[in-house]
Design a protein around this ligand. Structure first.
Ligand SMILES: Cc1cc2nc3c(=O)[nH]c(=O)nc-3n(C[C@H](O)[C@H](O)[C@H](O)COP(=O)(O)OP(=O)(O)OC[C@H]3O[C@@H](n4cnc5c(N)ncnc54)[C@H](O)[C@@H]3O)c2cc1C
Length: 405
């Protein structure tokens, strides 16, 4: 049985290695010269490759229920054994796994070297443009070559960060073989917002608590560092809300995020008394001074502008309504989201080939015998924190074993 793995990214490399360890004849086809280009960009070059907390809540899919058959205790163990077998020593910070070297190259290189040790055949700069199933075999076409194999693993990634080689073409290959697609949208991506504050706050980083609302309904809360840009907001806490926002915007729903700039305070009442106490203890009246010891200075200037207050505004001179407005904006500043950044900047995609169209025990397609799908081409995306690579490894290990059964 000859197996062709299409795509030499995270999921394809693992599948090829596992199948080769089972003594199968494996050929990996990669359009780039280099393998695992995207791996090198992960975790800001440090590769956050796993997370100890594998609660399914960190994963998203239209067929979410089916994930429990994939993210199993046994499969999680297999991921750890796999990286041990490559010699990767983890550095674990709050459950987030990085290679101890702090270099994504350690992961990419370990995978590549194991590929060689296992004698996996390789064809680089091989762009698969068509796959046909003829009787029991697959015919794979590039621009100038044709290959015949018995099994195909589709590991072509998503549409996110197309310059790494995964530009969404794999979805068309899956469709041509009879699969359907859950709409593919950018996820773990920056959000575009409307407001006069954009110019003022560009470049600011602040610790905040965000709450996402879709059509006025509260959906999710995230705490962390927000980064303001000249078009909107970014940062891990924003990324973790972006998948929900992306799907809602595609359905023309209203998306709003409120920002609590004092995340150590849980209610408006507490915020009110915190301000009063500061006034008394610090003997300060100027709103700007009251906030300066706690909040980013540029942010305060933007807030005063939003309120149409001068910089000399004193708390005691404000009307009750004005005070309420100050507290409201500090506690739940509204950020109206009208779009996401594009696939060019998205770390992952939501959507893809439905999980209901594969067998979770082997990752084999239920539409085409001997076709397997792994990684981000499937309708699974995870939060920031090692979940997306996590899914690539898990699905790769399952398929590597599954195609040898
Ligand atoms: C900037 C950035 C940071 C990230 N950080 C993290 C992180 O820290 N932790 C984490 O868990 N996840 C992270 N991710 C997400 C993670 O990298 C992906 O989810 C993961 O790489 C997906 O693996 P994959 O094998 O499905 O696809 P990919 O890694 O994208 O691999 C697909 C491969 O297929 C090849 N290919 C595509 N089409 C063809 C074709 N027709 N013929 C031949 N070859 C083809 C591509 O060139 C590519 O090499 C990050 C993503 C980005 C963009």
């Amino acid at each position: 049985m000859k197996i062709a793995v299409i795509g030499g990214g995270a999921s394809g490399l693992v599948t090829a290695i596992i199948a080769a360890r089972e003594k199968k004849e494996v050929l990996i086809l990669e359009r780039n010269q280099q393998y695992g280009k995207k791996i090198l960009m992960t975790g800001n070059g440090r590769c956050n490759y796993w997370n100890e907390d594998q609660n399914l809540e960190h994963y998203h899919s239209r067929d979410w229920d089916l994930l429990k058959n994939i993210i199993t205790e046994e499969n999680k163990k297999q991921v750890k054994y796999f990286f041990d077998s490559l010699g990767i020593v983890p550095k674990i910070k709050n459950g987030y796994y990085y290679p101890y070297s702090n270099q994504a190259t350690s992961i990419q290189s370990a995978l590549f070297k194991e590929l060689n040790r296992q004698n996996v055949s390789r064809l680089e700069e091989f762009f698969v443009k068509k796959i046909e199933k003829k009787k029991d075999q697959f015919i794979i076409y590039s621009e100038d070559k044709t290959l015949v194999v018995d099994q195909v693993i589709l590991a072509t990634g998503s549409s996110a960060y197309p310059k790494t080689g995964s530009d969404g073409n794999g979805y068309q290959l899956a469709k041509s073989l009879g699969h359907s697609l859950v709409p593919v949208l950018p996820s773990l991506v920056q959000l575009k917002t409307k407001g006069k504050y954009l110019k003022e706050w560009n470049g600011i980083r602040m610790d905040v608590k965000l709450t996402l609302y879709i059509d006025q309904k509260e959906i999710k809360k995230e705490t962390g560092e927000i980064q303001f840009t000249n078009y909107g907001i970014s940062g891990i806490c924003v990324f973790n809300l972006s998948g929900f926002a992306s799907k809602a915007l595609a359905l023309s729903k209203k998306v709003k995020i409120t920002m609590n700039c004092c995340p150590f305070i849980d209610t408006k009442e507490e915020l009110n008394s915190w301000l009063s106490n500061r006034r008394k203890e610090l003997k300060m009246e100027k709103l700007e001074d009251l906030l300066e010891g706690c909040l980013n200075y540029k942010w305060i200037l933007g807030l005063l502008k939003e309120l149409n207050f001068s910089r000399d505004t004193n708390w005691k001179d404000l009307t009750k309504k004005e005070k309420e407005r100050v507290v409201e904006l500090l506690f739940a500043f509204p950020l109206e989201v009208y779009d996401t950044n594009s696939f060019l900047n998205a770390q992952v995609c939501s959507g893809g080939v439905p999980l209901s169209e594969i067998n979770p025990k082997t990752m084999e397609s239920s539409k085409v015998k001997n076709l397997y799908l792994v990684g981000e081409i499937l309708d699974v995306d995870g939060d920031c924190g090692g979940y997306n690579l996590g899914f690539a490894w898990i699905s790769g290990i399952i398929a590597g074993k599954g195609c040898c059964k």
